[in-house]
Write a protein that binds this ligand. Structure first.
Ligand code: GLV
Length: 326
């Protein structure tokens, strides 16, 4: 039987599925650092990974490794150059999380614009004594301009929701989306600078890469309206967190909603000193149904990638399909 490693506790029935095909070494405990993951991979044929780092050292130290399946759509935790060099297939879990993640982006944007958590903290602290005309006044979502940076599948799902709120949608992407999608979403392409100047609510949905590192930094924040909000449901590192903290402190933008952080879970604790942020622990895809769909899809990819099950040799979501041809 081939040997697989599972890097985090996951749904027990998904582990049972893997056990039908493989000898499973399932880690049960807090997240492992990169060197411990590498140790556990050394004698394995495959791995089920949930966002943990799999770098060149781990790949080089695991001569039998053929497939590493990520239970996430983003795969910046994988060193794809090393995967390709050693003929290791990487897989991810796109699509099944689009709607859930777009729902969450919307929730975070609305909570940020309407100061939901800030006002709840006030209530919980027993400070609510009387009504006031200007208590926690925020900015409207309906009728405002939504700026989506990253118009992939999740960005499109997010933009689709703007229709019900009668919003103008502008977007920036590496390349323009097809004209029929622009028409369907009533979305106008804009340069990043133009979008930042015009949008009332900016939402980031770009994958992390060297190119998207600090897409939003001090310079970009100066372009935004003082009344604008910034929501990041993409990845830590797309925003320069120190620059954002500075901008929020100085009121350069109104507020930010953040589900992802540089260095998470060890995020910049200065965020905790600010009232104009909504902070969540990387949970945009966390509905019960979607996490289950992601786990099963990651298992499908691993099983098929290692030549087992009904789709043997034809995993649904190869990141680097060329290695399958070799
Ligand atoms: C979550 O962040 C994912 O990439 O699926």
């Amino acid at each position: 039987m081939k040997k697989v490693f599972v890097s985090r506790p996951i749904f027990p029935d998904v582990i049972e599925r893997l056990k039908q095909y493989f000898e499973v070494d399932a880690h049960d405990g807090p997240a492992l650092p990169a060197d411990k993951i590498a140790e556990r991979l050394a004698d394995k044929d495959g791995a089920f990974i949930a966002g943990d780092p799999v770098g060149a050292k781990a790949i080089e130290g695991a001569p039998n490794l053929k497939v590493v399946s990520n239970m996430a759509v983003g795969y910046n935790n994988f060193d794809m150059q090393a995967f390709n060099a050693h003929g290791v297939l990487g897989t991810n879990t796109p699509d099944v999380l689009n709607e859930t993640t777009a729902d969450f982006g919307w929730a975070l944007m609305m909570a940020t614009a309407r100061r939901i958590t800030e006002s709840e903290h006030y209530l919980r602290a027993g400070k609510w004594q009387e009504w006031s005309y200007d208590a926690f006044t925020g900015s409207d979502i309906h009728g405002s301009t939504l700026g989506v940076i990253g118009m992939g599948r999740i960005g499109q799902a997010l933009a689709r929701r703007a229709r019900g709120f009668n919003m103008r949608v502008i977007y920036h992407n590496r390349s323009r989306v097809a004209p029929e999608i622009e028409t369907e979403l009533n979305a106008e392409y804009a340069s990043k600078e133009d979008l930042l100047k015009r949008a009332d609510h900016v939402v980031l949905v770009v994958p992390y890469s060297r190119e998207s590192h600090h897409t939003i930094g001090a310079t970009e924040l100066t372009l935004m309206k003082p009344s604008a909000t910034l929501t990041n449901i993409a990845r830590g590192g797309i925003v320069d967190d120190a620059a954002l903290i500075d901008a929020l402190r100085r009121g350069q933008i109104a507020a930010a909603g953040l589900d992802v952080f540089e260095g998470e879970p060890n995020f910049n604790r200065d965020f905790l000193t600010l009232t104009n942020v909504v902070l969540t622990p990387h949970i945009a895809s966390a509905s019960e149904a979607t996490r289950r769909a992601m786990a099963n899809l990651a298992a499908d990819n691993l099983i098929a990638g290692l030549g087992e099950g009904p789709r043997a040799g034809n995993p649904p979501n190869p990141i680097n399909p060329d290695v399958l041809k070799k």
